[in-house]
Ligand binder design. Structure first.
Ligand code: G3P
Length: 216
């Protein structure tokens, strides 16, 4: 399972990259706005740190404007992936860009039919939002499972990128149902390597080691 970081915070991205296990980055307009920085400059900074796919989202709503925006974003670096909303206009733009060989990430996906159509349009990634489905009282993991099944049934190559990850159990479930990629806030990436029994066990090992040293 590939691991992307879901943030526009350059310090978090640098720290995650230093772990040596980071495969890519996703951003969205809300994450950029939170940083209060110039969008294009920040994307360029991110692409200097991470060589894997870096998703940059357009804010236009219509096909031609989306393509114009995408063309500008593609100038930033060769690992930019164009992120488009899972709308009718987004679907058309996905097809146009994919036919040109541009990698597209179709975001805000909330049902398997959206995922099927964007796969037919050649999307590189589809981003179903687990946490936001959970927030409505439904089970976001069902969406991942359904998309996985649809893609496997028909041999679609689009990667399932599980987004809106809120906690480590989401990641366990994504790995079990076969999400290709997860995009994760840095806070949750750090939680992935933490278990209280690891800390407790390590403290006991070191204490025993010190006691043993004192007897020889
Ligand atoms: O990048 C999109 C997605 O991961 C947003 O997550 O927590 O705002 O639902 P969240």
């Amino acid at each position: 399972m590939e691991l992307y970081i879901d943030t526009a915070n350059i310090d978090d991205i640098r720290q995650a990259a230093e772990l040596g296990i980071l495969d890519g980055v996703t951003t969205n307009p809300s994450l950029i706005a939170k940083e209060g920085v110039d969008f294009h400059n920040r994307m360029a900074e991110i692409c200097e740190v991470v060589t894997g796919p870096v998703s940059a989202e357009v804010v236009s709503l219509e096909h031609d404007a989306m393509i114009a925006e995408a063309n500008e974003l593609l100038q930033i670096a060769n690992n930019i992936v164009i992120k488009l909303p899972s709308t009718v206009e987004g679907l058309k733009a996905c097809k146009t860009l994919s036919d040109r060989g541009v990698k597209v990430n179709m975001t805000l996906c909330f049902q398997p039919l959206q995922a099927m159509l964007v796969a037919k349009a050649g999307a590189f990634l589809v981003s179903p939002f687990i946490g936001r489905v959970d927030d409505t009282g439904a089970d976001g993991m069902d969406l991942i499972q359904q998309i996985r099944t649809v893609y496997d049934n028909f041999g679609f190559q689009t990667k399932v990128l599980a987004a809106s990850i809120r906690h480590p159990m989401h990641l366990v479930q994504c790995a079990l149902v076969g999400a290709d990629v997860v995009t994760v806030p840095y806070k949750v990436i750090k939680q992935m390597m933490h278990h209280p029994l690891t800390d407790k066990g390590l403290a006991a090992f070191l204490a025993d080691w010190e006691k043993q040293k004192a007897t020889v």
